[in-house]
Design a protein around this ligand. Structure first.
Ligand code: IPE
Ligand code: IPE
Ligand code: MG
Length: 251
């Protein structure tokens, strides 16, 4: 899909990806699942570059869910090591492209060495301003909502917050990364059509694109195809088609 067919005025500002299918990719080649996770790193590199070139402002990658802690120990260990390595190896390119790294999830559950690498990457890239790369790590959408509710309850109990002031906007400001706008486009690879506890609050009006491709096979052209599909949609946000077509274009 040549990039020229894409409209530069309707590039999704925030793309979120459920990177699924590493295990099946490996198994179909007679390899162990961990080989699939290793191969998935190349897709992460390619997609980050392509998203950056396209002008995507925020890219969120679902790298490890709260439920993934229940996988076999050696698989969890491999995923953590891959993350450790990625955060070190990619740093020169991340800095060069002024990419800011953020993380959402219960990071306190990460092994200390991994958590430190995540925290270092967040700190070292905090003033980068060209693009935001958000890693969902030890992340669950329900957990995020519960964590926000707990912070709000604490603020209300201490008298700092009036319960009458709690509305959607205030609630959202207690989520993990309130500065990051809701995703415009959610991509899921791996031939599944489910959310698997990803960004439950934020995807209320996100356009969803699924593909049969397994994550290690996903490349720039596939991202462009997903964006082209996104551009063919009409986002109505509950309004009528006539109302929406009279509004000025937005991402
Ligand atoms: C996605 O691939 C990677 C993570 C969940 C960390 P999977 O490991 O879920 O691969 P499949 O779905 O079993 O093929
Ligand atoms: C979702 O994939 C989590 C990530 C991609 C990190 P899973 O493979 O864990 O989801 P299910 O179990 O198929 O729903
Ligand atoms: Mg999976």
């Amino acid at each position: 899909m040549p990039e020229s067919q894409l409209r530069s005025d309707r590039v999704p500002r925030h793309v979120a990806i459920i990177m699924d299918g590493n295990g099946r990719w490996a198994e179909s080649r007679g390899l162990v699942r961990n080989e699939g996770h290793r191969a998935g790193i190349e897709a992460v590199r390619a997609v980050l570059r392509a998203a950056n070139d396209l002008g995507v402002r925020y890219l969120t990658l679902y790298a490890f869910s709260s439920e993934n802690w229940g996988r076999p120990q050696d698989e969890v260990r491999e995923l953590m090591q891959l993350l450790d390595r990625y955060l070190v190896d990619e740093m020169p390119e991340v800095m060069e492209n002024r990419i800011r790294i953020r993380a959402i999830g219960r990071l306190e559950r990460l092994p200390p060495a991994t958590r430190k690498k995540v925290q270092d990457a967040i700190r070292d890239t905090a003033s980068n301003d060209a693009m935001d790369l958000v890693f969902a790590l030890s992340y669950g959408g329900r957990g995020e909502i519960v964590d926000a509710a707990r912070k709000i309850a604490r603020a209300a109990a201490s008298g700092e917050l009036d319960p009458h002031a709690i509305d959607e906007k205030l609630f959202a400001s207690y989520l993990y990364e309130p500065e990051v706008p809701d995703p415009d486009l959610l991509i899921r690879t791996g031939a599944e059509s489910r959310l698997s506890n990803f960004l439950l609050w934020q995807v209320a009006y996100t356009e969803i694109y699924t593909t049969e491709l397994m994550w290690p096979d996903f490349r720039e052209d596939h991202l462009l195809e997903a964006v082209r599909d996104y551009q063919s949609r009409e986002r109505r946000f509950g309004k009528t088609s006539a109302q929406v077509s009279n509004e000025p274009e937005s991402g």
